[in-house]
Design a protein around this ligand. Structure first.
Ligand code: AMP
Ligand code: MN
Ligand code: MN
Length: 320
């Protein structure tokens, strides 16, 4: 596939969907594709399905068009997933995907097995938004579409800082800026800004974090009862694992929070020596070399021990 128009030929109904707990890249890519089809293929009936996106994405045009449930019996001519690394990571619209006449997967996860009829997966690219941009007609990327693409790019590159950021990433960001997008506002309000409560919780996690493996691994955690005490959800905890990763000497940062009793959501970040996607895949999750995640059950200590043992294997391989 060279251009998205190739798969849109003769198609009358389209569903678009992203992954569970949608992040900026997921919301940005789904919305950019939605806005593009809506604007330039007005005869097509297009719907976008996502879990409730956070208010920080309110600057994206038509964000309120997002549907959180698929209408009963809906069968699409085409279903397109964006930023979804595996079929079981698709949120809300799993059945609609299975029943669609044709499916397309646009993604950038190295662990993606290619679960659709047409797969456009570029594991070396920093964001799904960047992958998607390559499939769009650049002259048709207007300000609202550019805003959505830019949002995804800054979120998955940590504002053009992670090693996945390439000259192409910066070139595309430059093209998007030509549309006079409010880039400073997007970066501050969707990426850096936190509520007072979110910062208090981050402070607590950092204060209680532990250093393991001769200072090469750091672990932050939050129990259900503490989340209830503060009144925070998983979506309030973004940015904590990135902060942990910045500890001097640390190679791997782990952040764990309890979703329900003895069920944990795990986020892993690496500074390059350890491939955390391998660790996540080992535990049934996935992701990228330097950012990955999984869900684990058991006691907090077992979860930490199991994860660090798997990380230790890579440290040993490296020394061998
Ligand atoms: P997170 O730590 O949730 O920000 O996720 C980092 C990366 O790992 C993202 O690209 C996610 O898509 C991926 N990821 C996180 N959790 C899982 C999971 N349970 N299964 C597969 N991939 C995951
Ligand atoms: Mn994502
Ligand atoms: Mn992504």
């Amino acid at each position: 596939m060279k251009n998205i128009s190739e798969v849109l030929e003769g198609v009358k109904t389209i569903g678009i969907g992203g992954h569970v707990r949608p992040d900026g890249d997921c919301v940005g890519s789904c919305m950019a594709l939605y806005l593009y089809i809506r604007t330039y293929f007005p005869d097509v009936d297009v719907s976008v399905y996502l879990d409730h996106p956070k208010p920080i994405f309110g600057h994206i045009d038509h964000i309120d068009d997002i549907k959180t449930e698929v209408e009963e019996g809906r069968e699409f001519d085409l279903f397109i997933t964006c930023d979804v690394s595996a079929r079981d990571r698709l949120a809300v619209a799993g059945d609609a995907f299975d029943h669609a006449a044709k499916t397309v997967c646009i993604d950038h996860h190295v662990s993606n097995p290619g679960f659709a009829d047409v797969n456009y997966i570029r594991g070396e690219v920093s964001s799904c938004c960047e992958v998607l941009y390559g499939l769009l007609d650049p002259d048709k990327v207007n300000r609202p579409i550019a805003t959505a693409v830019y949002t995804g790019m800054i979120h998955d590159t940590g504002v053009f800082q992670y090693s996945s950021t390439s000259p192409d990433t910066m070139r595309i960001a430059g093209e998007l800026m030509k549309q006079e997008i409010p880039f400073s506002k997007i970066i501050d309000e969707s990426f850096y800004e936190k509520t007072y409560l979110q910062l208090q919780v981050m402070g607590r996690v950092l204060a209680e974090s532990i250093l393991l493996q001769n200072g090469k691994c750091t672990v932050g955690y939050l129990r259900r009862r503490d989340m209830e005490f503060y009144g925070v959800e998983g979506s309030d905890l973004d940015g904590i694992v990135s902060q942990l990763r910045l500890t001097r000497g640390v190679e791997v940062a782990i952040f764990i929070y309890e979703t329900e009793t003895q069920h944990f959501k795990v986020s892993l970040r690496s500074n390059g020596k350890v491939d955390v996607s391998k660790v996540a895949v080992f535990f049934g999750g996935g992701g990228h070399t330097r950012a990955a995640g999984c869900d684990l059950e058991g006691s907090m200590y077992d979860v930490i021990n199991n994860l660090t043992a798997e990380i230790e294997k890579q440290f040993c391989e490296e020394e061998a």
